[in-house]
Each structure stands twice: as structure tokens, then as C-alpha cells.
Design a protein around this ligand. Structure first.
Ligand code: MSP
Length: 484
């Protein structure tokens, strides 16, 4: 059976999770669920990135130990994934001893390839990005991402010969679908063509990290440490069988702001280490609020726990996947959330299941044959969804399910079983309802990767003897005063 290993970025354990983190993780989970449904063996890795100067500083500012701080944040991420029905296979924390071993094994390989050398870095460092910036990358002298002042660093440390991999990286990005979507691929190619500079892979004066062997006052640069998590997650270096089974990853899902690390640094480090390259990095866009990236530093975060409490996990998953064309940015609005919820979940799928189960329990369902009127529509919905998941057009994979629900509703409208019942045509009524039940089951299958909770409940109700239950998605009253 084909193995499908996919990953989310590991999220900084500096602060509580927000809706932007939920976005990537929900997307990854829906892909994992879809691939499992197709019979593939899937391994989904997520976790927390717990080292680095930023976390060291935040923990110190809060007056506690870094260990207590990251424990608390990692727990909160785990709790959110539980509430959002994220079926990950492993939650990795970079403070785990197993991860230290992997980061050190990777380091050793870089050293063995003679790709590490001593150098001096002088310049800007943004602790929030955990990234070095060249003078021409700064905007008004500040970090281009956070618009906040950078640290000025001048230190001797270890450098990695990224420049050695210039040609190999250009070929990888230009000739293979390694970076997706196309717009990001072009962006990465442009960076490569400007010429790649070696970068510093250790930090002095930072204690919170994986110590560099034989350099007691240095830790491994947090991005090298963090990227190695994708190897640790599947058993590197100790569990060879597990590593062989899953590596290389099929897919690293990331936000567009971290492509430099995933599309340049990561493949170069792997090439240097003599390890196979992941098949693809897909960079999605940002969730924005009033056009601005949702982030802790902008201060416009949306609390995913509160949204789940109010609307349920399926509603949050649905909105995030359906509302934004995957790969592009999309604005989050409460109005949009409620509108989509009512239109597609309450009046669409939820209502279909309600309608079909109540009609079927009232009039009965023909056990022998149906008219097959929905077969073609079902087949084309399945293939549309397969194409969409293949292209990671997740919004389109959801739309395939939404549109199929409309097909089933239209079928019911035209076949009009209630009129047939009024005329005493019991057999015909039961045949129509059998087809409608079959259609609703297909809809539940199509929705299973997206809204797993409601889809499972719908499938249960639609199994042998249809059972009527509470509405899957009770309508939400639109109170304009609350909708901004
Ligand atoms: N720790 C690094 C990643 C290391 S991976 C080896 C990091 N962490 S982060 O906490 O800042 O999370 C970044 C990721 O969270 C983004 O790449 C994206 O997947 C997700 N998002 C955070 N805010 C987001 C939005 N506003 N919109 C969409 N996704 C966002 O970078």
C-alpha cells in the first residue's frame, strides 16, 4: 500500500494557538483523511517548535522557566487539535530527547560532507522570525515581516555552504513540482537566481536549544533544529524501519512566509546529508482580517477555542476550507462564517439528511432497486473531488460535496415523493427514497474528510434503517448587530 507522509509546520510555542495555526492543521487533516479514505497508509505529523531566542525571552519576561512555558503552550495546541478532530499520528516537540538526537545526527552529516565552516555573522536578526536579514531586505530598517526592530548581531559561529547547492536547487525548483503553487515556485526561482549566500547555522549567547557538539556556548540555529523535526517524526535516526517506511515526505504543508526555509534551506540540508528529498512543499496563503495577516504581533487574532464552542468543530473546519481558495489569502469575517454555515451546512447538507431520514422513516425505503438517477452525478462528484485533492484545491474538494447535495435536493424536488405518496404510489415513493438515501450517503462520504463529525453521524443515521435525529447543523440566527 502506498505510504503518504505529510506534515504541518511545527508551531512556535511562544503563545496560544490562533485561527491561522488551525487553518494549516485543518487543511492537513482533511488531506490525510481523504488519502486514508482512498486506502493509502497515512502518517500526519504536527507539533511545536520550542527552542530559540524568542521563546527564551518570552519565558523570562513571564517570570517562569522556559520548560514550564513550552509545556503549557504545547498542551494548549494538543487540546485545540483534539477539539478540531485532528487525527495526527504524532505530535512532536523539539525539546524531546528523540528530537535532540535527530538534530545532532543531521548536524553530524552536514559536518561529514564538509558543508560546515566557521565564519562571522554581522547583521540583523529578527527574533520573532528567528531569521537573519540582509540590509536590503529590511523595510525602513525594520523586520520586513513584523515591522519591528531587529537585533544587531555580530558573532562567530558555524555556517552552512548553501551556495554549493545553487545549481541543484535551481534544477529541483525549475524542473520538478517541488514547490507549489506556481506563483510560489516563481518566487523561489527568483531568489535562487539572485545567488544564494551561505547562512549561519548556530547561535552564540542563546542557551535554549540543541547544544552544538564540541562548542559548548553555541546552540544549533533554531530553523535547522526545527526542520529536522520532519525526520525525527518518522524515527530518524534510531528507527530505521519506520524511517524507511515513511521518508521522504509526500508533502510539507506550510504558510507562504516560510518558503525560504522549506524550499531552499531544507532541500539543501538534505542534499548535504545525503537523504532523499520530500516530494513537495505546498505554500498556502494567509488568513487575514480586514486585509491584514492574522497574527499575534498584529494583535488581530481570532480565538479558535471560542469559535468551536459557539459553532462546533465541523463548522470551523468547513468555513476555513471552503472560504479561501487554497494557496491564496482570504479574509475571515464573522458574517461570512455565519452566511456559509447557514447556506451550506444548515440548509444544505444538514437539511438534506434531515429531509431524507424523515421521509424514509415515514414512507419506508425500497430494498431491491433504485432508479439510479443520481449515479452519474455521484460519479462525477467523486472524480471532481479526487482531482481537487490531487491538486490540493481544497476549496474545490468541498465545493464538489456542496454541489452534489444540490443535485440530490434537485432530484427530490423533481421526483416529488410527497406527491407520489398523496396519490398512493407507495412503491414509487420507496424507490425514490432509496435513491435519495443512497445520494445522501454519497454526500456523507464526500464530506467525511472535511466535516468528519457530521459526516459520520449522517452515515450512521442513513445506514440500514434510516433514523431521524436532531438537526446536524441548527440554523444560526443572523443578528446584524453582532456581525462585523
Ligand atoms: N516554527 C515555525 C515553523 C517551523 S517548521 C519546521 C513557524 N511557526 S509559527 O507558529 O509562526 O507558525 C507558522 C505557520 O502557522 C504558518 O506557516 C502557517 O502554516 C500558520 N499560520 C500562522 N498564521 C497564519 C495566518 N494568518 N494565515 C494562515 N496560516 C497562518 O513559523
Amino acid at each position: 500500500m502506498e505510504a503518504f507522509y505529510l506534515t504541518t509546520p511545527i508551531y512556535y510555542a511562544n503563545d496560544l494557538p490562533h485561527i491561522g495555526h488551525a487553518y494549516t492543521t485543518i487543511a492537513a487533516d482533511s488531506i490525510a483523511r481523504y488519502q486514508r479514505q482512498q486506502g493509502r497508509e497515512v502518517f500526519l505529523l504536527t507539533g511545536t517548535d520550542e527552542h530559540g531566542v524568542n521563546i527564551e525571552r518570552i519565558a523570562a519576561r513571564n517570570g517562569g522557566s522556559a520548560t514550564d512555558h513550552v509545556d503549557r503552550i504545547a498542551n494548549s495546541f494538543k487540546q485545540l487539535w483534539q477539539q478540531l478532530d485532528i487525527g495526527y499520528d504524532r505530535f512532536i516537540r523539539t525539546t524531546e530527547p528523540a528530537h535532540h538526537r535527530a538534530a545532532l545526527a543531521l548536524w553530524q552529516r552536514l559536518q561529514d560532507s564538509d558543508d560546515l565552516y566557521r565564519g562571522t555573522y554581522t547583521g540583523a536578526y529578527c527574533a520573532k522570525c528567528e531569521a537573519y536579514y540582509q540590509p536590503d531586505e529590511l523595510v525602513d530598517g525594520a523586520c520586513p515581516v513584523h515591522a519591528s526592530p531587529c537585533d544587531v548581531v555580530s558573532e562567530e559561529n558555524w555556517f552552512f555552504r548553501l551556495s554549493h547547492y545553487q545549481d541543484a536547487l535551481e534544477r529541483l525548483v525549475r524542473d520538478t513540482p517541488f514547490v507549489q503553487p506556481e506563483s510560489r515556485r516563481n518566487e523561489v526561482l527568483a531568489v535562487i537566481r539572485q545567488g544564494l549566500r551561505d547562512f549561519s547555522v548556530s547561535r552564540r549567547n542563546v542557551r535554549w536549544g540543541v547544544p552544538v557538539p564540541d562548542s559548548s556556548d553555541e546552540v544549533i540555529y533554531v530553523w535547522v533544529d526545527a526542520l529536522a523535526n520532519y525526520l525525527t517524526g518518522v524515527g530518524y535516526p534510531g528507527d530505521g524501519a519506520c524511517f524507511e517506511r515513511w521518508w521522504p515526505a509526500q508533502l510539507h504543508l506550510v504558510g507562504k512566509e516560510i518558503i525560504r526555509f522549506h524550499c531552499l534551506y531544507w532541500p539543501a540540508l538534505l542534499l548535504s546529508a545525503g537523504l532523499p528529498l520530500p516530494k513537495q512543499v505546498f505554500a498556502h496563503g494567509w488568513l487575514t482580517k480586514d486585509g491584514q495577516k492574522i497574527s499575534k504581533s498584529t494583535g488581530n487574532t481570532i480565538n479558535p477555542f471560542a469559535l468551536v464552542d459557539e459553532f462546533g468543530s465541523d463548522a470551523v473546519r468547513y468555513y476555513l476550507l471552503r472560504n479561501v481558495a487554497f494557496g491564496q489569502d482570504g479574509d475571515f469575517t464573522r458574517r461570512g462564517f455565519v452566511d456559509r454555515y447557514n447556506a451550506e451546512l444548515a440548509n444544505g447538507f444538514g437539511n438534506l439528511v434531515q429531509r431524507v431520514t424523515s421521509l424514509a422513516s415515514r414512507y419506508g425505503v425500497c430494498r431491491s432497486e433504485t432508479d439510479g438517477a443520481l449515479s452519474d452525478a455521484a460519479a462525477s462528484a467523486h472524480s471532481r473531488q479526487a482531482r481537487a485533492f490531487g491538486d490540493l484545491a481544497l476549496h474545490e474538494a468541498v465545493a464538489a460535496a456542496d454541489d452534489f447535495v444540490r443535485d440530490v435536493n434537485r432530484y427530490l424536488q423533481v421526483a416529488s415523493p410527497w406527491d407520489l405518496a398523496r396519490n398512493g404510489q407507495v412503491q414509487q415513493v420507496q424507490a425514490v427514497l432509496a435513491e435519495a438515501v443512497k445520494g445522501a450517503r454519497v454526500a456523507a462520504e464526500l464530506y467525511a474528510p472535511i466535516i468528519p463529525r457530521a459526516a459520520a453521524e449522517a452515515s450512521r443515521r442513513l445506514a440500514d434503517g434510516p433514523e431521524v435525529g436532531e438537526p446536524l447543523f441548527p440554523r444560526v440566527r443572523v443578528d446584524n448587530s453582532l456581525l462585523v
